[in-house]
Ligand binder design. Structure first.
Ligand SMILES: [Zn+2]
Length: 272
């Protein structure tokens, strides 16, 4: 990706780390120049320069001076355009879901790539989260659609081994092979119900705004366990925001399964 030295682009902060006495180092997701690490000088000492734009879940216009030879970019201005943070921060479950959405997008974002479609998806995810009750459906749809945007979405309608159309018969799933396996080619050790396969197909293609609700609780749990397995496979580790989510769910609804908030206990990889 060849970049100009200075650029103004739609952007949001996906991570912020204090740096020295007065500064912050940000991981910005941007529409026009991909994922960028940027220094915000004076951001800790005074909120005057950047206002609330450096809070999480705020979309704005960032004026950046881009670094050369691996140096950090410098954030010169950041003017907020859409603040989803106020609504998200008011509800601790939403805050955990929002942290998970940002972590997924940031960690799966391909290095040095412009990803305008992925950027739009993140903004859409935050806008949806801000405007609705938190739902496992939104998390699942977001996971599938982020994976699709970066070319890693599992194959859900054809057997990854023989290519046969996946009907409603017993299916299984192979994380390593990236999709469903038909009954004659399987089983893989991770079974997938027809209802879960249909729900995944629907969530993959549904607008995020319409992703809440739908599947019964048993199917939601099946989707959650499967998608966590897929996400962990691609991240190479367990998502960090998930532990916060589990802690919260247990603290706010003791005795209830974490499924209520879309959280989960780690599934064990049962593939051969
Ligand atoms: Zn097959």
């Amino acid at each position: 990706m060849t970049l100009p030295t200075a650029v103004t682009t739609a952007a949001l902060v996906s991570r912020s780390v204090d740096y020295g006495e007065a500064d912050r180092v940000l991981t910005l997701l941007t529409r026009d120049v991909g994922k960028v690490a940027a220094l915000a000088r004076g951001a800790r000492r005074s909120r005057r320069r950047f206002g609330a734009a450096l809070d999480l879940f705020v979309v704005g216009r960032a004026a950046l001076r881009l670094g050369r030879d691996g140096r950090l970019a410098t954030l010169e201005r950041f003017d907020p355009t859409d603040d989803y943070g106020t609504s998200i921060a008011r509800d601790v479950i939403k805050l955990a879901h929002g942290s998970y959405l940002l972590e997924l997008a940031r960690e799966l974002w391909p290095a040095d790539q412009r990803e305008p479609e992925l950027f739009a998806l993140v903004v859409d995810g935050l806008a949806t989260l801000a405007s609705q009750r938190p739902s496992a459906g939104l998390l699942r749809a977001f996971e599938l659609q982020v994976l699709r945007a970066v070319g890693l979405v599992p194959c859900l309608d054809r057997c990854v081994r023989c290519g046969a159309a996946a009907g409603n018969a017993a299916l299984s799933f192979s994380v390593a092979e990236g999709g469903v396996v038909c009954s004659p080619c399987g089983p893989t050790g991770w079974s997938l119900s027809g209802a879960a396969q249909q729900a995944l197909l629907a969530l993959r293609d549904r607008p995020l705004m319409d992703a809440a609700g739908g599947a019964p609780a048993g199917v939601q749990r099946e989707l959650r366990d499967l998608m966590l397995l897929v996400v962990q496979h691609h991240l190479g580790r367990r998502p960090r925001a998930l532990d916060f989510l589990i802690e919260l769910t247990e603290a706010t609804a003791p005795g209830l399964p974490p499924a209520a908030a879309g959280a989960t206990t780690p599934p064990v990889e049962r593939e051969a």
